[in-house]
Design a protein around this ligand. Structure first.
Ligand code: T1G
Length: 696
């Protein structure tokens, strides 16, 4: 009968002769919450005090070894014992302590392993230091122990990239000592026995010296200064890794201070919001419950979107029937998909030996009848309602009962599309973002009659495709494009009133956007916005200041951006440079409108742009198009390149405060009372002190 003693609810000690097995059992991912920390420390201290065990092996129950500190504790008053102190107790144990890691040993979990005197990985293990993704840095010895085991370049790479390292690579780099297969407890028992037999060597990591590599530190510091000046924790990582030259206590002190400093930044708050937000959006009741099969998917349209969607499904292991109306279009679609799949192989997203099998799941066809046996059809054709209605009418008669009919429309009325079928309950919107096999956002648009299991299947598809599914209600542009349509006018107004397109882009890139709006327009194609403005011309609000003069004239010249080599910028293969013709167009429009250009500071540009985004985002929450503020935030993080460390437009709004936002809008409204109006929800927040976070 095994002698098992519960140190507390989450930590147990099992004695097997001279071996003590310490088991962590804290579902779902064995995060090192306060009870785990306390129980671990007690177990090691107790075993050392007893002095009977000759080796201690730490392992974890469940699907993974420790996946890190408990992120839910962040932002709350810290509770003893602190993780670094627990790990020092382990490292200082007079009895050798080994760890057996399986699944994903990340952050504090990997640091736990590093503090033990030998590390055993189980096949399939991945290790990592992902704290950078939370606006932090390894705060429990990772920056001190990885350099000692694997050198400074590896430590910098792991901590700055946050990437997961395979068990094989970890073994090669000396981060783990063995790679075994089997059940964690059995592997722990065997490894402990090997320590007793002398066939598994143990040593304290802190007894090792970090091999000097000042060049790696200097080069990295210089690169970060240039590329990530606006972030906080990356620079702290270099500082902490450099401290690994020092004795453990001094190095850990520097790391700890860097960690505490990072914990206090708004960047950490933004990135933690992003972490939980990504999970919250699919944690809604609409995403739960029965779902329909997704064993075979049909895609109509082999253009950029259709091919991207088909690629995404194929990479998720779902067979796809791709339908086009003409052979050349079908051939182009297949060629694009093939290129996308080869791209996934070259990016390491797909094993080369799986390429042919994945492409083998693609069935191209010119006949819509080929869709008669699919579980879900995703229509991705031209954005014209009559074209879509024609297709859905045909699908209604071709597809089997229970098949789901989805449109990838980016703004058209899903209810109107559904109404032309006899099965509106089987219809929904699945709005992918280009390139669909790369961008993680999927807006799941609920029609008035969409059945509950159809909606839940939309979320199940998002999960299968490793996308972030966000529920949206029907309106022009759903969540993201509706908000974009509003705030993009502010960029145009700024240019009309005195800023240059490049200044607007530079200011917003300084805020953290990967690309400014004019560069984005050039990339996507200025003709898309041009078509939308023409589509809306007849219904445009006469009281609204027209924002499209400059862009219209650029398009009238045939300058659509990258694809024509000319747009707001010139593209000749090097870095894009401002198109001098655009400045002339801007001057001409200003002259015709009697506008005297004025200067804007970069901060004014950011404030106006972000306030406009927040105004429409607030309205989208207010009218229920989005379920909560966090849903809007995730749309912008995963679909619009919003800087992750800012958390999303409404998380960012809370950092400004409703009072300040209302004051700004009222100031801007003096110039343009029609465009700048305070949404009631924001007025209420300014009065009662509530925040968008209170609505999540
Ligand atoms: N703390 C608290 N909860 C966590 C968690 C964590 N570290 N990781 C996951 N969860 C929850 C998650 O919210 C979800 O909950 C459930 O577990 C399943 O997660 C001192 C300071 C491990 C790869 O950043 O990357 O250590 O929604 O849906 O897709 O230096 O979770 O079910 O209620 O993501 O299989 C560093 C974060 C922390 C790892 C599993 N560690 N987690 O992915 O499941 S900082 C991380 C992940 C740190 C130290 C520093 C993934 C996963 P619910 P899931 P999954």
């Amino acid at each position: 009968m095994a002698d098992i003693h519960q140190v507390n609810d989450l930590i147990s000690i099992e004695r097997q002769g001279d071996i003590a097995l310490v088991c962590i059992d804290n579902p779902p991912v064995n995060a090192t919450g306060q009870q785990v920390r306390e129980g671990l420390q007690q177990a090691i201290e107790q075993l050392n005090a007893e002095g009977t065990a000759k080796v201690i092996a730490i392992y974890a129950a469940g699907r993974t070894f420790v996946a890190g500190a408990d992120i839910r504790e962040f932002g709350k008053p810290p509770k003893a014992p602190a993780l670094p102190d627990v790990f020092n107790v382990i490292e200082d144990s007079a009895i050798p302590v080994i760890s057996v890691m399986h699944g994903t040993a990340l952050g504090g979990g990997f640091e736990l392993g590093l503090s033990t005197h030998a590390r055993i990985g189980i096949e399939g293990l991945r290790v990592g230091l992902p704290e950078i993704n939370l606006g932090l840095l390894p705060g429990a010895g990772g920056t001190q122990r990885v350099p000692r085991l694997a050198g400074i370049p590896m430590a910098l790479d792991m901590a700055l990239s946050g990437r997961m390292v395979s068990a094989k690579a970890a073994l090669e780099k000396g981060l783990i000592d063995r790679l075994e297969s089997g059940d964690p407890r059995d592997v722990a028992l065997k490894a402990a026995q090997d320590v007793l037999d002398g066939t598994l060597a143990t040593r304290r990591t802190c007894d090792l010296d970090t091999p000097r590599d000042d060049k790696a530190l200097e080069d990295t510091a210089a690169m970060l200064k240039k590329k990530q000046a606006h972030l906080f924790s990356p620079h702290k990582i270099v500082e902490a890794v450099r401290a690994s030259y020092l004795p453990r206590a001094e190095g850990l002190k520097i790391e700890r201070q860097a960690f505490v400093d990072s914990m206090d930044t708004p960047q950490r708050a933004g990135m933690i919001h992003a972490f939980f937000g990504e999970r919250a959006v699919s944690g809604i009741p609409e995403a739960k419950g029965d779902t329909r099969p997704l064993d075979k998917i049909g895609v109509i349209g082999g253009g950029t979107m259709g091919s991207g969607i088909a690629t995404s499904c194929l990479l998720a292991g779902i067979p796809v029937t791709l339908v086009e109306v003409a052979q050349d279009g079908l051939d182009r679609g297949v060629a694009t998909i093939t290129k996308n799949i080869d791209g996934a192989v070259s990016r390491g997203k797909l094993a080369a030996d799986k390429r042919d099998a994945v492409l083998g799941m693609l069935t191209p066809s010119l006949e819509m009848e080929a869709l008669s046996d699919v579980d879900l059809v995703i229509e991705a054709v031209f954005e014209q309602m009559d074209v879509k209605k024609d297709i859905f009418t045909k699908l209604d008669s071709i597809c089997k009962d229970g098949a789901i009919l989805a449109s990838n429309t980016s703004y058209l009325d899903v209810n109107e599309i559904a109404a032309c079928t006899g099965r509106p309950q089987d219809v929904l919107g699945l709005h992918f973002f280009s390139p669909a096999h790369v961008m993680r956002l999927l807006e799941i648009v609920q029609g008035e009659k969409t059945a509950a299991d159809v909606l839940a299947t939309g979320f199940a598809l998002a999960k299968k495709l490793k996308k972030v599914g966000v529920l949206a209600q029907v309106c022009d542009g759903f969540i993201g494009n509706r908000i974009l349509a509003h705030y993009s006018k502010t960029a145009s107004y700024l240019v009309l009133d005195g800023a240059s397109p490049q200044q607007v882009d530079d200011a917003l890139e300084g805020f953290g956007f990967a690309m400014g709006p004019h560069k984005v327009g050039d990339l996507a194609g200025l003709d898309i916005g041009w078509m939308t403005r023409k589509r809306k011309a007849a219904t445009r609000d006469p009281n609204e200041r027209y924002a499209g003069d400059v862009a219209d004239r650029i398009c009238e010249e045939g300058w659509f951006g990258r694809k024509t080599g000319k747009g707001y910028y010139l593209y000749d293969g090097g870095a894009p440079v401002p198109n001098p013709e655009v400045a002339k167009i801007i001057d001409a429009v200003r002259a015709e409108k009697g506008i005297t250009p004025r200067d804007f500071t970069d901060q004014e540009i950011v404030d106006r742009y972000m306030t406009a985004m927040i105004v429409e985002a607030a309205r989208v929450v207010e009218d229920g198009t989005a379920k909560r503020p966090v849903d809007v935030d995730m749309v912008f993080l995963f679909g619009y390149g919003f800087p992750r460390f800012r958390g999303g437009p409404l998380h960012y709004a809370d950092t400004i405060g409703a009072k300040e936002l209302v004051s700004r809008i009222e100031t801007y409204a003096k110039e343009d009372p029609h465009y700048w109006q305070v949404p009631p929800i924001l007025r209420k927040m300014a009065e009662d002190g509530t925040k968008f976070a209170d609505l999540n």
